[in-house]
Ligand binder design. Structure first.
Ligand code: AMP
Length: 279
């Protein structure tokens, strides 16, 4: 495994690989890797002769300075995990290397970015589009792997790829969870032991709501989930929307889509946790 900090150097390595007819897969990450990330890496290694993993805490997608400053950074441990997983190249650039000048590009990502996370994290999806498009220009991957934990992010990346006409296939990978159901996240380490004990309630409640779906109205399922979580003193639901999983637009009736997905963001103390469920 080769760890590269410079984009030019990575491009040269990958040009040589491509010349040998090898396919290139990319897994974009912000590091602090866990089994969720590694499931993407495993799939990438299986489906491509060359797996590239980027580890870059992208400042332009953080709308909260404190979140950026306290984001966990564990490059050495990440590299050990990636080597064991069969990754060929780790791309770990500095902020200056990725942004030699400020990225002033404004993406117009349309309705998929205007709901849920969009208005609540101003600038977040624009920053995601900036960094992911740069990574796609540098790596020119055949396929790129994203986790369904960030369900709306996948729709945003697909829209960006469509607008820029980039020749990359976006592969969506299922959410990986702790044994107690909590969706794996780099931010879980910030939970206090008490909050960590309560946090699986999010996944449990979503799971319970499956039984209600389609026999109760969309509105009733939403109320059930919000009430169950808000009843817990350490939790506060920021939003819970049931959306068309293709368009991200909220539905009012199950009949509106063949792909209903419930997307939730919950504050567990100070920690913002996200999860989702397919109905
Ligand atoms: P991040 O480092 O948080 O930007 O995540 C990098 C990639 O890993 C994104 O595509 C995430 O959706 C994905 N990911 C993070 N957590 C999980 C998880 N629990 N299961 C599956 N994919 C995940």
């Amino acid at each position: 495994m080769i760890v590269v900090e410079k984009k030019q150097e990575l491009k040269e390595y990958l040009a040589a690989e491509r010349q040998q007819g090898k396919h290139i897969g990319l897994v974009p990450t912000m590091g602090a890797l866990h089994a969720g990330h590694l499931s993407l890496v495993k799939r990438c290694v299986e489906e491509n002769e060359v797996c590239v993993v980027s580890v870059f805490v992208n400042p332009t997608q953080f709308n909260d300075k404190h979140d950026l400053e306290t984001y966990p950074r564990t490059l050495e441990a990440d590299c050990a995990l990636l080597e064991a997983a069969g990754c060929a190249y780790v791309f770990a650039p500095s902020v200056e290397e990725m942004y030699p000048e400020p990225d002033t590009r404004q993406f117009h990502l349309g309705p998929v970015a205007e709901v849920m996370e969009g208005p609540r994290r101003p600038g977040h999806f624009n920053g995601v589009a900036q960094v992911v498009s740069k990574l796609f220009y540098i790596v020119e991957p055949d396929k790129a792997y994203f986790g369904e934990k960030d369900f709306q992010q996948i729709a945003v990346v697909r829209e960006m790829v469509r607008q820029l006409e980039l020749p990359v296939e976006i592969v969506a990978c299922p959410i990986q969870r702790e044994a107690d159901g909590l969706a794996l996240s780099s931010r879980n380490v910030r939970l206090t032991p008490e909050q960590r004990k309560e946090a699986p309630l999010i996944a449990h409640t979503l799971q319970e709501s499956l039984a209600l779906a389609k026999k109760e109205t969309v509105e009733e399922v939403k109320r059930f989930v919000c009430d169950a979580l808000n009843a817990n003193p350490v939790m506060e639901v920021e939003y819970f929307e049931i959306v068309d999983g293709h368009t991200m637009q909220p539905i009012a009736d199950w009949k509106e889509t063949d792909y209903p997905v419930g997307c939730i963001t919950v504050y567990c103390g100070e920690v913002r946790l996200i999860d989702n469920i397919k109905y």
